[in-house]
Design a protein around this ligand. Structure first.
Ligand code: ADP
Length: 253
C-alpha cells in the first residue's frame, strides 16, 4: 500500500507535484493489483490441469486395468501435459513481449509465398476436422513486416477459427493491400462472440466460458499474443462477430 500525504494544495508547483505523486501511487497500486490477479490466474490455469494429471496418473497406475484402459488414461495424461507445455510457452512469449528489448525485424516478402507457407502448416489440422480452408490473395504484393511474427498472428487466428467452428464449415484467410497497409483477415462460420465479450477476449487468460476450455483446449493467451504482436507492428486488430453465425478478425499493419 502506498501512503502519500498531501501538503497544502494550491496552484503552486508543490501542489501539482503532489497530485502527480498521488497519481503515480494509484497507478502503482493498480499495477500491483493486476499483477497479483494475473499470478492468481496463472496459478489456477496450471494448478487445475496438474490436479487432473495427478488423478489420472493414480488411476493409470492401478494394477487391475486392462491394456486398453491404461492406454486411454495415458492418452489423456499426454494431451493434458501438452496443453500445459503450450500454456507455459505462451506465457514465456508474452513475458518476452513485455520487455523493452522486444523488437520486430521487418523485411519485404511475397504475400502469395506467405499464404503458401501458412497453408503448408495448417492444412492437416483443417483436413482432420473436415473444415474447408479458403485462401484468398487476389494479386501478389510485397508485405513489409516481421515474417515470423506475422505468421504467428495468422496461425493463432486460424487456430481459433478452427477451434470454435464445427466440421463442414469454411474458414477464409484473406491477405490484401489497402493503401500502405497489409490487411489480413480470418473469417469463420463458427460459434461467434457475444458483443459484450469482444473487448475482453484480447485480455490475458480471458476465455468466454472457462468451463469450455476442457472441450476446446486453449489457454486464453492466443489473442493477447496476437494483440501484442500487432501493436509491435503499430497495427490494429478488429473483430466482427455474430453469435452462432461466425467471426471475422481483421489485422491491419
Ligand atoms: P483460447 O486459447 O482460449 O482460444 P484466445 O486468447 O485465443 O484463447 O481467445 C480468447 C477467447 O475468445 C476464447 O476462449 C474464445 O472464447 C474466444 N474466441 C477467440 N476466437 C474465437 C473465434 N474465432 N470464434 C469464437 N470465439 C472465439
Amino acid at each position: 500500500k502506498f501512503n502519500v500525504s498531501l501538503p497544502a494544495m494550491g496552484n503552486d508547483e508543490l501542489g501539482e507535484l503532489s497530485i502527480a505523486i498521488m497519481k503515480l501511487a494509484t497507478d502503482l497500486d493498480r499495477i500491483k493489483k493486476e499483477r497479483n490477479e494475473f499470478l492468481a490466474s496463472v496459478s489456477h490455469e496450471l494448478g487445475t490441469p496438474l490436479t487432473y494429471l495427478i488423478g489420472y496418473l493414480k488411476v493409470a497406475m492401478r494394477e487391475d486395468l486392462t491394456e486398453l484402459e491404461r492406454n486411454h488414461y495415458l492418452q489423456i495424461i499426454a494431451e493434458e501435459s501438452n496443453r500445459m507445455k503450450d500454456l507455459v510457452k505462451n506465457l514465456m512469449d508474452l513475458a518476452k513481449m513485455d520487455e523493452m528489448t522486444f523488437t520486430v525485424t521487418k523485411s519485404d516478402f511475397s504475400a502469395k509465398q506467405f499464404m503458401e507457407d501458412i497453408h503448408q502448416l495448417v492444412y492437416p489440422s483443417f483436413k482432420l476436422k473436415k473444415i474447408e480452408l479458403k485462401l484468398i490473395c487476389k494479386e501478389d504484393f510485397k508485405i513489409h513486416a516481421d515474417p515470423l511474427r506475422l505468421e504467428q498472428i495468422a496461425l493463432n487466428l486460424l487456430d481459433n477459427a478452427l477451434k470454435y467452428s464445427d466440421e463442414l464449415t469454411t474458414v477464409t484467410l484473406e491477405v490484401s493491400k489497402e493503401k500502405q497497409c497489409t490487411v489480413i483477415s480470418v473469417t469463420d462460420e463458427g460459434i461467434g462472440i457475444p458483443l459484450n465479450e469482444m473487448e475482453l477476449i484480447f485480455e490475458k487468460l480471458y476465455r468466454i466460458e472457462k468451463s469450455r476450455s476442457r472441450t476446446f483446449g486453449g489457454s486464453g493467451l492466443g489473442l493477447a499474443i496476437v494483440k501484442e504482436l500487432v501493436e509491435a507492428h503499430d497495427g490494429t486488430i478488429d473483430v466482427k462477430s455474430v453469435v452462432g453465425g461466425g467471426s471475422t478478425f481483421t489485422v491491419k499493419i
